[in-house]
Design a protein around this ligand. Structure first.
Ligand SMILES: [Zn+2]
Length: 365
């Protein structure tokens, strides 16, 4: 089969390799739609973010190695006889898996386990013609969801976990910095979870427009106004009950650095919550006394569980969460995977909202 293998940072090659042999507890699948996550697109270039050290070590000791590809929709080719999945089913996955053995996993708190493997980082993902994926990672995709939308379910399940972490109360005011895919997902899930006024922030007009379409009461363009002042005005000088920070990261990739986190701290009401969704890729200098003085809670999402992933299927199948408007770039054929990495690593430059998707095997002409 053909698979993309990494020889180093900025060095991925499409090669013929032996097809994977399915182990018990795994499901053999044919990837249909795959997208690199923003994190993967940065890691492929050696840009500091989550898990860079782990990927660097694998490249140094195991290259060539199949990496990345945890956001996908695939079709089942083969599974255990007693499996929940049958040949022909479409499936999507969550990425971070529980180990199943530690005290947290054994006491039904597997969302807190960090000892299990991550698909695409520790196990091969779906940038190949065939992949073997642990069954515990998978969910069946409803017929009402397209292949393209299903490839977004992994990120959506992380957004569900992020909003759950906020434990919104009915009518809470919500601010969301960043209207990329996760910001737009958090917007829609917060709406469904009882949020009152929802204010979103981005620096791209097109992202602000989609944000309004998907339910934001106010979509502020941070290039056109003083965001901190505007949010204070919209919340009667108080700040918001809950602020999601989904914009931070390397300015080289068009992200906001730590500026949006500082703005988030300034626009959260006393005792309010900041949910940290972004990865910054470098240590930050923060005046913790500001948080202490105003009793701010800076919280981070748990990893998404099977229950979160199953919920995403219901959200999208029923039309309560809309993903189509966020999918801006769809490429055709396994050869176009590097282009998808390029677009996803530079979403600002290419005016992409969701990561660029690859239809792995285009329909024959
Ligand atoms: Zn565990």
């Amino acid at each position: 089969m053909k698979a993309w293998r990494f020889y180093g940072f900025n060095d991925m090659r499409l090669e013929d390799v032996p097809a994977p042999v399915r182990a018990p507890g795994q499901v053999l699948v044919e990837p249909l739609f795959v997208q690199p996550s923003v994190t993967e697109a940065q890691l492929a270039r050696g840009i500091p973010t989550l898990a860079l050290d782990r990927i660097k070590r694998r490249l140094e000791t195991e290259a060539p190695v199949q990496l990345f590809g945890h956001e996908f929709c695939a079709r089942v080719l083969e599974s255990d006889a007693a499996s929940r999945f049958h040949v022909g089913d479409r499936v999507a996955a969550r990425a971070k898996l529980p180990c199943g053995k530690c005290p947290l996993c054994k006491s039904e708190r597997s969302e807190l386990c960090r000892k299990g493997p991550v698909i695409g980082f520790d196990l091969p993902g779906c940038f190949s013609e065939i992949a073997s994926i642990p069954e515990i990672a998978l969910v069946k995709v409803d017929d009402r969801i397209s292949d393209s939308e299903a490839a977004c379910l992994q990120s959506l399940s992380d957004s569900v976990a992020a909003v759950e972490t906020a434990q919104l109360r009915i009518a809470d005011s919500v601010v969301i910095f960043g209207q990329g895919s996760m910001g737009l997902e958090c917007l829609q899930i917060a709406r469904l979870s009882g949020a009152g006024q929802v204010i979103t922030v981005d620096v791209r007009d097109e992202a602000c427009e989609i944000s309004r379409e998907l339910g934001a009461d106010h979509a502020l363009n941070a290039r056109a106004c003083d965001v901190v002042e505007a949010i204070r005005d919209l919340t009667d000088g108080n700040g918001a009950d809950v602020v999601f920070e989904c914009a931070g990261g390397s300015p080289k990739q068009g992200l906001a650095g730590n500026q949006t986190l500082l703005q988030a701290l300034e626009t959260t009401r006393s005792g309010g919550k900041i949910i940290g969704v972004s990865w910054f890729g470098a240590p930050l200098l923060l005046n913790i006394d500001l948080l202490r003085e105003r009793s701010l809670r800076y919280l981070f999402p748990d990893i998404s569980t099977q229950a979160h992933l199953a919920h995403t299927v219901q959200l999208v199948a029923s039309g309560r969460v809309r993903l189509k408007a966020t999918i801006t770039h769809v490429l055709s054929g396994i050869e176009s995977v590097p282009r998808a990495f390029e677009i996803t690593a530079n979403k600002g430059k290419y005016k992409a909202i969701n990561p660029a998707q690859v239809m792995m095997r285009p329909p024959e002409a």
